[in-house]
Design a binder for this molecule. Structure first.
Ligand SMILES: C[S@@+](CC[C@H](N)C(=O)[O-])C[C@H]1O[C@@H](n2cnc3c(N)ncnc32)[C@H](O)[C@@H]1O
Length: 290
């Protein structure tokens, strides 16, 4: 893959600056995201160009810990500092760390990374930023701060997601073919106003911030729903959340079709569909502090 592919579109399927009452839904989606895409995440952490195992890691905008736990599994001698502005996400992350017996390897830091002052993150040898940078008010400043924090020769892994995940074929459902595309079009319009850095080409930004981009790759995800119950739960949770923001922009027929898919006990439930699956992409840039 060329470094910094222009086609990459960062996604915010679980947007950040939501109300406190909405965070539970977001945390649930982040957990499902981690569960459904665990193998893909593991393939990304195994691919990271590290010559010796990093020991001091930072998960920037960690959410509920998808990256934290993938990194702990990949680097058994490492400790991770997970930073996020959501107390609820960090609480969930700590609960999971206890459940998994790795609490002694995780430190959580509640901080708004847009603030003028950053918390002390030590001198990590690996910083992981997954679906994070496009949330920053000034991602160029964030990248410079990460460069300054990294130990000499340290690595930054930037992971971004391609658009919204797709759960149905393009011609589905029967009563409203192309429904997901129309939902995504409304959703993209909504997100573009709130997160102008979505879809940025991170390669040149990394270089401008003083990194040498060493490698990059795009991982395609195409999982059939039949193999995994979590895919159905992920689809319902994600589409319910999307409905919340796109409903005013949909036609009555599209909204009725979407509600039919989301009525999990109804005849048109997405959970009853044999063509349910998850199709998405993740792109990763590995950048060395130069
Ligand atoms: C889309 S989630 C990604 C979570 C995680 N990195 C993952 O891959 O599952 C974005 C996360 O960024 C956090 N966030 C957004 N803006 C932030 C800020 N200014 N400072 C710290 N965290 C922030 C949110 O609370 C949320 O947990």
């Amino acid at each position: 893959m060329a470094h910094g592919p222009a086609r990459v579109e960062a996604m915010n399927h679980a947007s950040t600056h939501s109300s406190a009452s909405d965070h539970h839904g977001q945390a649930g989606i982040l957990d499902l995201d981690a569960e459904v895409l665990a193998a893909h995440l593991a393939s990304i952490t195994s691919w990271l160009p590290v010559s010796s195992a990093p020991r001091d890691l930072v998960d920037l905008c960690s959410g509920t810990g998808a990256g934290t736990f993938a990194l702990l599994a990949r680097f058994p001698g490492a400790r991770v500092t997970a930073v996020d502005s959501s107390a609820e996400h960090l609480h969930r992350l700590r609960e999971k760390a206890l459940e998994r017996g790795v609490a002694d390897r995780v430190r959580t830091v509640l901080a708004d990374l847009d603030d003028a002052d950053w918390p002390d993150l030590g001198a990590p040898d690996l910083v992981w930023a997954s679906a994070s940078l496009h949330h920053m008010a000034d991602p160029d400043r964030t990248l410079r701060r990460v460069r300054d924090a990294l130990a000499p020769g340290g690595l930054l892994a930037v992971v971004e997601l391609a658009g919204f995940p797709r759960f149905l074929p393009a011609d589905a459902p029967e009563e409203a073919p192309g429904l997901e595309d129309r939902c995504h079009a409304v959703g993209h319009h909504d997100h573009a106003g709130r997160m102008p850095h979505r879809g940025a080409d991170w390669g040149p930004k990394l270089t401008a911030a003083g990194f040498a981009v060493e490698d990059g790759r795009t991982v395609a995800v195409d999982l059939p729903g039949a193999q995994c119950d979590a895919v159905g739960r992920y689809a319902v949770a994600t589409l319910r959340r999307l409905r919340g923001s796109v409903a005013p922009g949909l036609s009555g027929a599209d909204l009725a079709a979407l509600d039919g898919l989301l009525d999990v006990d109804g005849p048109r439930s997405i959970l009853r569909r044999a063509d349910l699956g998850v199709r998405t992409e993740r792109t990763v840039w590995a950048a060395r502090r130069s």
